[in-house]
Ligand binder design. Structure first.
Ligand code: C5P
Length: 221
């Protein structure tokens, strides 16, 4: 059973996917974390992502990206390093769309995601291309959306809760820019698959979203 959740930055996919997977008693795959992991490793190696795309691609090809499923939520390892705590840092967020727009990187990640699904066949997976490219035959597909203002506010609340500095306008601008880059790329763009159910979560609590999705999945699968 594969359930895909796609949608723009800050639409609540990760939290929703995590809660939905727990509710259904299945695993959850955060594909954004995989692109973030490679981006973080490239930055930590001092690779200039803008001018050295080949070095990033080489890194992705030579590094194993894997989740430690024994931890809840699962932790992300790139090679021998647990990168989990680095994934949401500003520099990683700012560069990740440039890394994910490289077709060779997507090729490596899509292959890894399909391998993970073959090892964990009961999966809620979230990202930008899960229903459109990676798992076109998924049992249930959803596209979560919310207005940029609402998404920025949710991100700001998360950062505040983590004790990090917050500038709401800056967060909203960064979200809009990232969506634009993610939607514009040729390979695996951010898109609502034709056969996905689109849900505007602007006026919903996360609990309401999870309740709704769990009900839909149970009716479909
Ligand atoms: O979902 P999250 O914000 O963690 O994703 C980070 C970035 O990873 C996205 O902005 C996008 O560039 C990339 N991504 C992608 N395809 C996916 C998941 C994420 O290109 N399936």
């Amino acid at each position: 059973m594969i359930v895909t959740l796609d949608g723009p930055a800050g639409s609540g996919k990760s939290t929703t996917a995590w809660q939905l997977a727990s509710r259904l008693g299945v695993e959850m795959l955060d594909t954004g974390a995989m692109y973030r992991g490679i981006t973080a490793k490239a930055l930590d190696r001092g690779i200039d992502i803008a001018t050295e795309p080949h070095a990033v691609i080489e890194l992705a090809r030579s590094s194993e990206v894997r989740f430690d499923w024994t931890q809840q939520p699962p932790r992300l390892w790139v090679g021998r390093r647990d990168m989990t705590d680095r994934l949401r840092d500003h520099d990683v967020t700012n560069w990740v769309s440039d890394v994910s727009s490289m077709p060779a990187i997507r090729h490596v990640m899509v292959k890894a995601q399909r391998r993970i699904a073959s090892e964990h066949p009961r999966l809620v997976t979230e990202g930008r291309d899960q229903g459109s490219v990676v798992f076109p035959d998924a049992d249930a597909k959803f596209y979560l959306d919310a207005s940029p203002q609402v998404r920025a506010k949710r991100r700001a609340d998360q950062l505040r809760a983590a004790g990090k500095p917050v500038d709401l306008d800056q967060i909203r601008e960064a979200i809009i820019l990232r969506d634009r880059k993610d939607a514009a790329r040729k390979d695996g763009p951010l898109i609502c698959p034709e056969d996905a159910q689109r849900i505007d979560t602007s006026d919903m609590t996360s609990e309401q979203v999870v309740d709704f999705l769990a009900q839909r999945v149970r009716a479909l699968v």
